[in-house]
Design a protein around this ligand. Structure first.
Ligand SMILES: C[S@@+](CC[C@H](N)C(=O)[O-])C[C@H]1O[C@@H](n2cnc3c(N)ncnc32)[C@H](O)[C@@H]1O
Length: 128
């Protein structure tokens, strides 16, 4: 079903309000498997597209030593994720930026690995 315009609260608002930590099926086990398949290791620059509450970005940094930029379209998600990175003491390794996955604001050759967990089907009604 196509969305017609923006209706409040959005599903993203509902997720944020719920405080649920992992927003995709498979939980940490799947996140770890994804990281292993991507061969994450210290020093790599990872882009976590649709980073939500920052759970995966923080996990990747703490577990694999990577630098992570999380990008999400929701201002609330960005605020929460940034706060959580600070609480985990890794604000130097993990940052979050507001943006649209369909217009990524990064220069060429600045990212080693791009990960996107569980954002398929959450697009607007621009016709794609
Ligand atoms: C189901 S959550 C998944 C969050 C996280 N990746 C996880 O697995 O826990 C989907 C996220 O995609 C974000 N999102 C939806 N459309 C987006 C877009 N066009 N660009 C960037 N983020 C988007 C939402 O704000 C939400 O945080």
């Amino acid at each position: 079903m196509k969305r017609k315009g923006t209706h409040k609260p959005t599903i993203e608002d509902a997720i944020e309000i719920s405080g649920i930590e992992i927003l995709h099926p498979g939980g940490y086990e799947l996140t770890r498997r994804t990281a292993e398949l991507c061969e994450l290791r210290a020093g790599l620059n990872v882009l976590d597209v649709s980073s939500g509450r920052g759970t995966q970005a923080i996990f990747y940094a703490l577990t694999f030593g990577v630098n992570v930029t999380g990008l999400d379209i929701s201002e609330e998600m960005i605020k929460t994720a940034t706060k959580r990175a600070g609480e985990n003491g890794i604000s130097d390794k993990v940052k979050f930026v507001l943006g649209d996955s369909q217009k990524l604001p990064f220069a060429d050759n600045t990212i080693d690995v791009v990960i996107n967990e569980c954002a398929v089907g959450i697009h607007d009604d621009k016709g794609y």
